[in-house]
Write a protein that binds this ligand. Structure first.
Ligand SMILES: [Zn+2]
Length: 226
């Protein structure tokens, strides 16, 4: 199966930022406010890394995330869940690998934010996945000219990780990497792109973490009478 890439070619998919209207109501809804695919993937874990609240509890959650991100279509999503159902050991492995990759990407950016050196083990996880992803990268001819695409393998349960790892590698080598931030909220380690003019954004979301921080400051001032 061949799917034209929505990310590597530099044009973002229209589905990004929300699930299609016909999505099943029981499906988990994911947030896509990170500003880059790889950061949105890191944000599939709520809470802090010390007190995590995992959102990817089972393989179908990973497929839901990928579908909502616009990197797999509805048909492919159903096929992946069906394949996973037939191969439970493989799907457990794929989910385990997805979370290991996610945490490696998180630590690479997080260490960079803290001015710490990257862990070689994290880079190794990224490079192994990148090697596999790139073996599925193809150039195709479209009406608009050449385009990157992913040559899908119907049996590959890790297909959604290929654009994720490419996004992480592209961002790590880009000058934009200096704009990656980690939320300053208590119990929130979400990563996001700070595209503000003076690069002073501190929270993943002003209405959530930002408001809670403001409220804490307000009560602290009130308590000390300042
Ligand atoms: Zn936050």
């Amino acid at each position: 199966m061949v799917t034209v890439d929505r990310f590597g070619s530099g044009t973002e998919g229209s589905q990004r930022g929300g699930a299609p209207e016909h999505a099943a109501s029981a499906e988990k809804r994911f947030d896509f406010s990170g500003g880059e695919l790889c950061l949105d993937f890191c944000n599939t874990l709520n809470g802090s890394r010390a007190r995590p609240k995992e959102l990817l509890l089972a393989y179908p959650d990973l497929v839901s995330w990928a579908r909502q991100a616009g990197i797999v279509g509805d048909f492919e999503a159903r096929a992946l869940v069906e394949t996973a159902h037939q191969h439970p050991t493989e799907s457990t492995k794929a989910l385990f690998h997805a979370k290991a990759l996610r945490e490696a990407i998180f630590r690479l950016f997080s260490n960079s934010i803290d001015g710490a050196a990257p862990e070689p083990a994290d880079l190794a996880i990224l490079n192994v996945t990148l090697g596999r992803a790139l073996s599925h990268r193809r150039l195709s001819i479209t009406h608009q000219g050449f385009a990157w695409e992913w040559r899908r393998d119907d049996e590959a349960l890790d297909t959604m990780l290929w654009p994720v790892v490419q996004s992480a590698a592209d961002l790590l080598v880009s000058p934009k990497a200096s704009r990656v931030r980690r939320c300053g909220g208590t119990d929130c380690d979400w990563l996001f792109m700070d595209m503000s003019r003076n690069q002073s954004r501190r929270w993943c979301d002003m209405s959530g973490c930002g408001n809670r921080a403001k409220a804490r400051r307000y009560y602290a001032r009130k308590k000390t009478g300042r």
